[in-house]
Ligand binder design. Structure first.
Ligand code: ADP
Ligand code: ZN
Length: 604
């Protein structure tokens, strides 16, 4: 092997050390073996095939499901001086012919190709005339019918193994759940491959769940914590996407809407601005995000409940790919839960499917209501045990007070029972609080033994209690889908006084003003740069913006924020010192070294 993996890592990619399992994976593939790599978003998967591509003779063929992504990946590699290119339907016949020629001549290190192109007889024949270093199958979960990214062509990728049994294959995915993992191994004939399974923890993401008050204030607070940075705001409906984007724009935020109802051109334009410019906030339905590789998304805010824990993990995972401090915020309202419940019950899905969906929703509600460490709860859902409370989530940073809620729960459950297990939380709370309204009288509920036994809590506190009872499975939403509540299977022991129940009051709380102050103080996501360094950082970012625009590539392809921050902090005086900065490899040093030093000297 002419170059060792580590020296390539430093010289070409500008990184000082491997992360996690990267080195083992690189050695494994470079030695010609197969691998299945499960690593969370931002874990550094690309390097696991990009480095072996440089270590092995021939061209690495990278199967990638999204044409839009290929361009950015190829741009980024070219910035590093790597001979990368792609073949897809956006190219002219001449461009494609040139790529084919270069492939045959052995002039390409990495070739990105969409699966449908790869599988054409013409392309397979072309591969026969070329030297192949390895096959990388990116986003390998596309082979699974159960995920939402299913791509039928992925099923045919076994042809690679059959036709070129000696060429190593590496399949990669950030999908965490076990059934999908098994399916990938099976469908891609990778049962005998070595499986590299990393922790799915994303330590740099701070998780927070807040009871939402319906207004814009909470969202604006999230955005203000990351002013000038990119973020994603998820909303459940197209309409809400539109109104939220508009409201944010009125508050001076560079917000753009994205949903499937916009025409393709508008969508592409908005996505492009999000990827290329600094500081765009994308307000979107979940139609947005698959394959968004932007490394410097600083926050993901859910203004409505996501569909499931899987969805939540995947969507929040789009924050902080670059490993820098980031935030995942979720605004939680019981109305959302009821809506999702109705959607499940009213769908035409078979009963078995509905049961699965219900379980998933329960898990999500449980997560929202939990007073335990969010990271521990989240990872536990995916079967991973996180050893201790993380210290980087809302529950760790400002623990919620809990009380013995057994008596309160019994009152609520009895009242649901006495009113006939068909009313929603609002009415039951009216009865508990001894409200005098017409509906209570109409049903004769003022005569019940539970009438007025809950005056000690206000309606808001009761709502929280009901959310928690639902999350704990003590109450369930009625099957007719109108939000009527009935006793859950596990309510018996509580009603009979056989077990105790811990509740938090008014939770998940809206942060108090003082706490918000604290949280904002805590959420200074980076060590503040000192005055001078901050000025240098701003100047470097401005330079990066100009440079990126003139080359028509995303800003992060030139340098990541983390790299610019390090440069701003250390203010290297010469090329030699600049070379020691993380993220400055040989090609970028040669290309941008002088310009960077010039920006710095203009600031000194
Ligand atoms: P994934 O595909 O797993 O989401 P990427 O391959 O895009 O992750 O890598 C995420 C980020 O981490 C990229 O910005 C990449 O430059 C950076 N990175 C990867 N490996 C290393 C490393 N060994 N040292 C420092 N940064 C790294
Ligand atoms: Zn925690």
């Amino acid at each position: 092997m002419p170059d060792s993996a580590l020296s390539l890592l430093c010289d070409v990619f500008g990184h000082a050390a491997f992360r996690g399992e990267q080195e083992a994976i690189v050695q494994h593939i470079a030695a010609g073996s197969d691998a299945l790599v499960l690593m969370p978003t931002g874990g550094g998967k690309s390097l696991c095939y990009q480095l072996p591509a440089l270590l092995r003779k021939g061209t690495a063929i990278v199967v990638s499901p999204l044409i839009a992504l290929m361009q950015d990946q190829v741009d980024a590699l070219r910035q590093l001086g790597v001979r990368a290119t792609f073949l897809n339907s956006t190219q002219s016949a001449q461009e494609a012919a040139d790529v084919e020629q270069a492939l045959r001549a052995g002039d390409i290190d990495l070739l990105y190709v969409a699966p449908e192109r790869l599988l054409t007889p013409r392309f397979l024949a072309l591969l026969d005339q070329s030297r192949i270093a390895l096959f990388a199958i990116d986003e390998a979960h596309c082979v699974s019918q159960w995920g939402h990214d299913f791509r039928p062509e992925y099923r045919q990728l076994t042809v690679l193994h059959e036709r070129w049994p000696d060429v190593p294959r590496i399949a990669l995915t950030a999908t965490a759940d076990a059934p999908t993992q098994r399916e990938i191994a099976e469908r891609l004939q990778l049962e005998d491959a070595r499986h590299f399974v990393s922790s799915f923890d994303r330590p740099n993401i701070r998780y927070a769940v807040e009871a939402k008050d319906g207004g814009l204030r909470q969202l604006m607070e999230v955005i203000d914590r990351h002013r000038g940075a990119s973020g994603i705001v998820y909303c459940m409906s197209r309409r809400k996407v539109e109104t939220t984007a508009e409201a944010l724009r009125a508050h001076g935020v560079d917000a753009l809407p994205y949903h499937a109802g916009l025409d393709a051109e508008t969508r592409a334009g908005h996505q492009r601005r999000f990827l290329r410019d600094d500081g765009v906030v994308m307000v979107a339905t979940i139609a947005f995000g698959m394959g968004i590789d932007k490394p410097d998304v600083r926050f993901v805010a859910h203004t409505d409940l996501p569909k499931s824990m899987e969805g939540y993990y995947q969507e929040t995972g789009r924050a902080g790919r670059d490993g820098e401090p980031s935030e995942a915020w979720l605004g939680f309202g019981m109305g959302d839960a009821a809506l999702l419940q109705r959607m499940i019950e009213n769908s035409d899905a078979p009963d078995e499917r509905k049961r699965v969906e219900r379980r998933k929703l329960d898990a999500l509600l449980g997560y929202c209501e939990s007073t335990a460490c969010r990271r521990q709860s989240l990872l536990a859902y995916f079967g991973e045990q996180y050893p201790h409370p993380c210290g980087n989530c809302d529950n760790c940073l400002s623990p919620t007070a809990t009380i013995d809620g057994t008596e309160i729960a019994r009152k609520a459950l009895s009242c649901v029972y006495r009113t006939g297990q068909r009313f929603g939380a609002g009415h039951v709370i009216d009865v508990l609080r001894g409200s005098d309204n017409a509906r209570v009288h109409q049903f004769g509920h003022h005569a019940l033994s539970t009438y007025g036994i809950g005056r000690d809590l206000d309606a808001r506190q009761w709502r929280s209690v009901f959310r928690q009872l639902m999350a704990a499975g003590l109450l369930e939403s009625d099957l007719d889908g109108y939000g009527g509540l009935r006793l859950g299977a596990s309510s018996g022991p509580v009603l009979r006084g056989e077990t105790t129940l811990t509740l938090r009051m008014g939770a998940p709380r809206k942060a108090s003003r003082r706490e918000r102050g604290n949280r904002n103080a805590m959420s200074v996501t980076h060590e503040q740069l000192a005055g001078d360094a901050q000025q240098r950082f701003d100047a470097l970012r401005a330079w990066r913006g100009d440079t990126a625009r003139s080359q028509n590539v995303p800003a992060y392809v030139i340098f990541h924020d983390a790299t610019l921050r390090e440069i701003a902090l250390h203010a290297p005086a010469d090329i030699h010192a600049l070379a020691g900065i993380n993220g400055v490899g040989a090609a970028k040093l040669e290309r941008y070294g002088d310009a960077l030093l010039e920006v710095l000297s203009a600031r000194c």
